[in-house]
Design a protein around this ligand. Structure first.
Ligand code: G3D
Ligand code: MG
Length: 172
């Protein structure tokens, strides 16, 4: 059976400093693959992944400058297959902002069909939002899956990306 090569676009959303760029760097080892597109206001990382019998070229988009992104957000969202919403467990407001801003923005730009993956990051630090708190937020914002991560120690990072890819590819 021939291998199928998928192309996937993953975007990360969430307040500044929650750890979006750090999470990508913890997953994508070859940082030279980053590609800054000033016109888009995004950094683009590329990683080839194998999921079961399938291969995928994963293109990961990272917001480079919050203000610029506001202008380019349609391009940022366009064609995305996977959305990671990232919050910081040391700052409750970063979860609140997902509910107030990012979720409505996703729904407006993409619609309701796309699954939402919540990444609760910085679990190596003293938390303002506990494990149970994260589950409550996940329910509140309608996240389909939730992962607890630390971009600093690496805990949960590969699992979040790999599990998500497996999930998405199983539905193609
Ligand atoms: P952003 O891309 O969402 O804006 P960054 O966030 O990835 O730039 O991270 C913001 C700061 O948080 C960085 O610190 C980064 O090192 C730190 N950080 C990100 N993830 C984690 C984590 O899981 N644990 C801890 N302890 N710190 C994390 P600096 O000091 O470089 O600004
Ligand atoms: Mg960043």
């Amino acid at each position: 059976m021939a291998l199928i090569e998928f192309k996937m676009k993953l975007i990360l959303l969430g307040e500044s400093a929650v750890g979006k760029t750090s999470l990508i760097k913890a997953f994508v080892d070859k940082v030279f693959s980053t590609d800054y597109r000033p016109t888009i206001g995004a950094n683009i990382f590329i990683k080839r992944v194998e999921v079961g019998d399938n291969r995928a070229t994963l293109t990961i988009w990272d917001i480079a400058g919050q203000e610029r992104w506001q202008l380019m957000r349609t391009a940022y969202y366009r064609g995305s297959n996977i959305i990671f919403l990232v919050a910081d467990c040391t700052r409750k407001e970063s979860f609140q902002q997902l509910e107030n801003f990012w979720i409505p923005d996703v729904r407006e730009q993409i619609g309701i069909e796309i699954p939402i993956y919540l990444l609760a990051n910085k679990i190596d630090l003293e938390r303002e939002v506990s494990g149970d708190g994260v589950k409550e937020w996940a329910e509140k914002i309608g996240a389909n899956h939730v992962f607890e991560t630390s971009a600093k120690t690496g805990v949960g990072v590969n699992q979040a990306f790999e599990q998500t890819l497996k999930d998405v590819l199983s539905k193609v």
